[in-house]
Every structure is written in C-alpha cells, then in structure tokens.
Design a protein around this ligand. Structure first.
Ligand code: CDP
Ligand code: MG
Length: 699
C-alpha cells in the first residue's frame, strides 16, 4: 500500500525544492498557543482524526494529569545527561547491573544470545566490557550494525566514553570509509563490511570476539553472517560470538546456533500510554504534523519523536511543522531535527546534542530510531505506521523500495521509545483494528523478500558450492535463489574482468544529454579541475561531502585495480566506451522508447518513465534505447539514473535476451544463438535443482 500519492507531499515537493538551498534543519520557530490547523484545547471539539484513547474519547483530563506528572519529572530526567559524568551515565545503564554475570557466561560459552530493551546499553557497553575483560589483548572486538549511521554514531560515543580519539582505540568501518588504525581495539562496522572481511580472511583471525548487534532486524547481510559465523566458531574455539536482539526471536536464534544460552538484561522501562487513531488517516504526514503541534502547544514537557517511512516524508513533515509554528506569535520554541541515513553526518549528530534550555526537540526519523539509535528524553512518540522496505518484485525482476505498513513488532518498538526516561505517550496514526487485524506480527526477513544476486556472488566467492544447501536460519524462497543465479549467469559475473579502458576521462559541461552516469562523471571531472575545491561545490550547489566520498570510492576502486594488476588506461574523450561498459552490466534493465518521455521495458513490456531529475528528462532528446540503474515506484514506475545505449549493444552484450536483424547474419542464426544460450543456462539450472533433490533425499 503506497501512500506516496499524498496530496500534501505532492503540493510541497515544489516548495521544498525551492527551500532546499536554505536548509531548514535545527530550526527554532515561534508560535502562539491557539487555534492553528484546527487544533483546539476546547472539550466540545470533535476529535476527528486526532489521536484518541482506546475507548474512542479524547481524555483531556488524563492529558492534564500527565502534563503535571511530566513537569515534576522533567528536572530529574532532562538534565540527567548534563549533570552526570560519562562514567556515571555508563553505570546508570541497566546492563551495568549484570556486567559480571554477563562476562561469566561469555567466558563459559562460545556463543551467547543477549536480549535487552533498546537503550539498555548493549551496543555501547558490551564491546567495552569485553575490552576491560582482556579480550582485546589477542584480537579486536568487532561489533556489526545493519545501518551505517548507527555504526558511525555509536563508535563516536564509545570513543568519548573511553576517552580516546575516534579512529584510534575505537573506530568504525562502513563501505568506502575506514576510520580505524593500527591501534584500534574496538571496531564498529556494518554487517556488509564483516562479510567482505570474511572473503579475505575466512576465519576472521583478527577478531577475538564478534558482536552481531541488532540481530532482530534480520538484515540480508546479518542472515548470511549467521550461517558463516556458525561455521567459523566451530573451527575457532577461541572466538566469542555474541548475538544481541531487542527481545524478539531470541529462542529462534538460540536454536539456530545449537541451543546456546540466552542472557536477559533486566529492563528498566516506564509505562507508555498508547493512543490509537479513531479513524484511518488519509494523509499520515498531515496527521503527524497536527499531532506534533498539538503536543507541543499543550504545555506538556518532553521531547517528541515522529516516525516516518522515508526522507521525503521527513522533509515535508519537518518543513510543515516549522512553517505552521512560524505563522503564530509567541509560540514556545521547537527544534525540529530530521534524521535518515542519507542525511550528512554532522546534521545527524544534532539529534544527540542538547537543545538550548527551554527548547523542546522534535525528531523526525525513519525506523533508524526504532532500535539502532537511542535518544534520551523522548516522552512522546508519533507513529505514522509505515516504513520503507526493499522488496523483490518478480513482475519487474528487481528490488523496489516501497512504503509498507509496519509490523506489530515495529509498532511496539516505536512506542517503547517514549518510556525510556519516564512515563510517556505514543500516538499511533492508525486504528486499533488495523494494528490487530492488518499488521503482520513481525516483518518478513530481508533475505526472503529481496534480490539475492550479491549474496549468491559472495557465497560463490567464499567457495560455497551448494548454495541451495547453505545453512540459512530462514532459507530464501528457492525461486529467488534460482532467479539470482540466473541473473549472475547472464551477466557472466563470476569471471567478469571489467576492463574497457575507461578509468580516466575528460571533461565537458555538466549535463550530458544522453546519460545521467556521464553527467555525474562530468561533475566529478570539473570538480577535479577546480582542485577539488569546496568553494566550487558551494558555488554549483553540489554537496562537498558527497564529492569527497566519490573521490574516496574512486581511489579505493583504483587500489583494487592495482592489487588485481589491471591496466589503468584512460578512454580519453571517447565516452561511448563508458556508455557501452555501463550497458554491459545493465542490459537486463533496458527500455525502449514508446512515446514522449514514455518507455517500455524491453523484456517485459511494462511501461516506465524517465524520472524528472534525469538529465534526459525534458531535453527534447529521447533516445530509442536506454538502460537504467534503478526503478523507483512512487506515483508511477520511474527509471532513475539513465543512460542512452545503442540497440545493437544490447544484442551484442545480452544475446540471450535480444537480437537484431543484421546483414551477414540471418534472423534464424540469431534465434539459434539465443536458443543455445538459453539451453545452456537451463541445463545448468536443472543440474543445480537435481543436485538439491538428491541431497535432500540423502539427508
Ligand atoms: O544498544 P542498546 O539499545 O541496548 O543501548 P545503547 O545504544 O548502548 O545506548 C545506551 C545509552 O547510550 C543510551 O542511553 C543512549 O542515549 C546513549 N548513547 C548516546 O548518548 N549517544 C550515542 N551515539 C549512542 C548511545
Ligand atoms: Mg543497540
């Protein structure tokens, strides 16, 4: 169910574009308590779409009691962090009370599952405890995170707690960014990084302990790591594996690793009032904005956390709150802070900073704030009921990031965030019946819903022969696995040498009408010609940080090429070579012109459109064939990051899909070639399936 067509979102998209330059983050706005957007504190008012009690009534008296209670509590809790030293804060965490028991159980067992409420101290403390207990004397303590933002921000926090500079004793590594050094003992990283490391060093000899954090998230990489690490631990009895989870699924984890012990960290949580919407909300952005303003203007103390599915909704929600508050005089100040994974890290860090005295924080987040990041002082949660999930869509043959209703488990985690430092309230912008009858109990693990091409490639590289027999906790659907193998097979990915003489390039003007990829390249080159200057970036409305990352990625790729002893040759000004290279990897995502700005997928015939941000959009130049990097489904199917290609390249590079009439080669011959290719592939697939059947019978 996509709610992206929300009128408000569309209406403000334009406005947002204009505002982007001004960047309204961490905005203080003034407002007068009163009648804005239909929010009134009069009892006779019809509640309409407002959050209400389970009996369907708005309980303002309860609100008042709650407000008084909050005021009493507020000094104690909101100043907590300010008054206590970092050490005192560490010792106040629930995990501290069980520190020694935890270390004992880890001493006695190779694998332990640790379960504890979000905010109990698992992520920040476990690594330090292991360090203090001597594990870092003979290896690193590694801790994996499903999200980059979490890896970075937690490493920063822990380096502060230990009292060292980030990147020294405590460091982090995420894709294309390694902030560790020789002296690093505690390393936070994304699960993808540990997977890559296991390619180079299958027994993970650098580590004395690995903590797989946030296991309940069941990210694709975590699920693959489960299978791999189970084997590593059986080979290395000096390696400790700790799997942490925020309460769900712990029995399943324990069983998977061979009935290993589960350690529960006693919780310290406060009651949270849960209020459901009386009627379904048509527009969750609008509803969340109203709810946040109502809380803010009610006089109740405490910070607000709003859950939204993605960046766009977050930006609109934040802008709306600031704007409507700005329309009122003398409103109490509110610091509106967005957080999502693509937000630059200095802005991300702001959610953890103290707001100035007397200023309430209102954090607008994706489900990143569900369990990965803990912000203290949240008393109110506003839950849109949606999140974005990457889901493999067999109709289009690839993953699409779409908005979906959350699961009950998500909903409960979200509401829990309001009860960490004191009693709280959670406003669910969906009905109780939707919660009970429409939401899944838990989210389907990523491995069962996404494209597995990368996983297949990785496992193959690790020498795993029988992919269909790999030990997964929840095996992916066989069809998905076979599809991914098929995709890799058509790409010839397993022995792709990737050499087409195009490492260095020349420069032209920004927008290259036939290609978004080349447009990016063009930007990069111009930046390079301007000595990688940040002033140049600012002048051209380009994110310096993003450009620096590009430069880093480029140099890493270059290192890999040097390592692999590949020739570094430039294609000079012949950018067609680059387009052809891109075509070689993406020919299975090709589209053919049908009308103005309208394309159809060459293989499936499905209509798809140029994204308005594409340099091909509205240029009057519409090539007959294009390939696209990504298909995004919002109001319709949009192709993002597009490059024009020759129809003949498609036939040359993807003969199993396409053929052209050619002089010197008959149509029959083309057909025969395509048929041969397909027969080969089918034989390989049939063999794989046959092997699987035999193995199963043997078992
Ligand atoms: O992993 P778990 O959810 O159990 O807790 P944690 O992430 O270790 O958080 C423990 C405490 O550290 C919380 O009170 C957080 O507010 C604090 N923390 C922080 O202040 N800054 C961070 N970047 C991360 C955690
Ligand atoms: Mg954590």
């Amino acid at each position: 169910i996509s709610r992206k067509g929300s009128q408000l979102v569309r209406k403000h998209r334009e406005q947002k574009e204009r505002k982007k330059a001004q960047h309204k983050h961490w905005e203080l706005a003034g407002t007068k308590l009163g009648d804005i957007m239909g929010i009134k504190k009069t009892e006779e008012e019809e509640p309409g779409g407002k959050a209400v009690g389970e009996d369907g009534k708005v309980d303002y008296k309860a609100d008042q009691k709650f407000a008084d209670h909050m005021k009493e509590k507020s000094e104690a809790s909101s100043d907590f962090a300010k008054k206590k030293s970092l050490l005192e804060q560490r010792q106040y965490l629930p995990i501290f009370a069980v520190r020694q028991q935890l270390l004992n159980i880890i001493r006695d067992n190779s694998i332990v599952i640790v379960v504890g409420e979000t905010g109990s101290g698992k992520t920040t403390q476990l690594t330090q405890y292991l360090h203090e207990d001597g594990y870092t004397r003979y290896g690193m303590v590694g801790c994996t995170q499903p999200r980059r933002v979490a890896a970075m921000s937690v490493a920063k926090r822990v380096s502060e707690e230990i009292g060292s500079n980030l990147g020294e004793e405590v460091g982090y590594a995420i894709r294309f960014e390694d902030c560790t050094s020789e002296s690093t003992m505690i390393k936070y990283m994304t699960d993808g990084i540990l997977l890559r490391e296991s390619l180079r060093e299958s027994d993970l000899d650098h580590y004395s302990a690995v903590i797989m954090d946030e296991a309940h998230e069941r990210s694709l990489n975590t699920d693959v790591l489960f299978g791999l690490l189970r084997e590593v631990v059986s080979r290395r009895n000096d390696l400790k594996l700790i799997v942490t989870s925020a309460t769900m699924d712990s029995d399943k984890f324990a069983a998977f690793f061979g009935n290993v012990p589960i350690f529960h960290i006693p919780g310290r949580t406060f009651p949270v009032d849960i209020l459901f919407s009386k009627t379904p909300q048509e527009d969750y952005v609008e509803a969340a904005v109203k709810q946040a303003l109502q809380i803010h203007l009610s006089g109740m103390v405490g910070d607000i956390l709003i859950f939204m599915p993605g960046q766009e909704d977050i930006e609109v929600t934040s802008d709306q709150i600031v704007e409507r508050l700005g329309e009122l005089d003398n409103a109490p100040p509110l610091a509106v802070l967005p957080i999502y994974s693509q937000l630059p890290s200095d802005l991300q860090a702001k959610i953890f900073q103290k707001a100035p005295d007397g200023v309430r924080k209102c954090i607008v987040a994706t489900n990143i704030a569900e369990t990965s990041l803990t912000v203290d002082g949240i008393m109110f949660v506003v839950d849109s009921g949606y999140c974005k999930l990457k889901v493999f869509n067999p109709r289009i043959g690839m993953d699409a990031l779409q908005v979906y209703p959350i699961s009950q488990a998500n909903a409960n985690q979200r509401s829990g965030r309001a009860g960490r430092t004191g009693p709280g309230q959670c406003y669910r912008l969906y009905t109780q019946s939707a919660y009970k009858n429409e939401m899944l109990t838990t989210t389907i693990p990523e491995i069962q819903r996404t494209n597995l091409a990368n996983v297949v490639l990785l496992l193959k590289s690790l020498g795993v022969q029988d992919l269909l027999l790999f030990h997964f906790m929840d095996p992916p659907p066989e069809d998905n696995m076979l599809n991914s193998m098929y995709q890799l097979w058509i790409l010839g990915a397993l022995d792709n040498t990737g050499e087409s003489n195009c490492l260095c390039t020349c420069n032209k003007k920004f927008s290259v009408p036939e290609s978004d990829h080349l447009t990016y390249l063009n930007v990069y080159n111009q930046w390079k010609n301007n000595n990688y200057s940040s002033i140049w970036c600012n002048d051209h409305f380009i994110h310096t940080k993003a450009m620096r990352k590009v430069r880093e990625v480029r140099s890493q790729l270059k290192d890999i090429m040097v390592q692999q002893k590949m020739n570094l040759v430039s294609c000079g000004s012949d950018w067609d070579v680059i387009r052809k290279c891109i075509c070689a990897a993406y020919f299975h995502q090709a589209a053919k012109l049908k009308g103005i700005g309208e394309y159809v997928n060459v293989r499936t015939g499905m209509p798809c459109h140029l994204h308005p941000t594409s340099s091909l959009f509205g240029m009057g130049y519409t090539p007959d064939y294009i390939i696209y990097h990504e298909l995004v489904m919002t109001t319709k199917e949009y192709m993002q990051c597009v490059t024009a290609v020759d129809g003949e390249w498609l036939a040359e590079l993807g003969p199993m899909f396409y053929s052209v009439k050619q002089a010197g080669r008959s149509r029959q011959e083309n057909r025969r070639r395509a048929k041969d290719e397909i027969t080969n592939m089918e034989e390989e697939m049939a063999m794989a399936q046959e092997q699987l059947r035999t193995r199963r019978e043997e078992q």
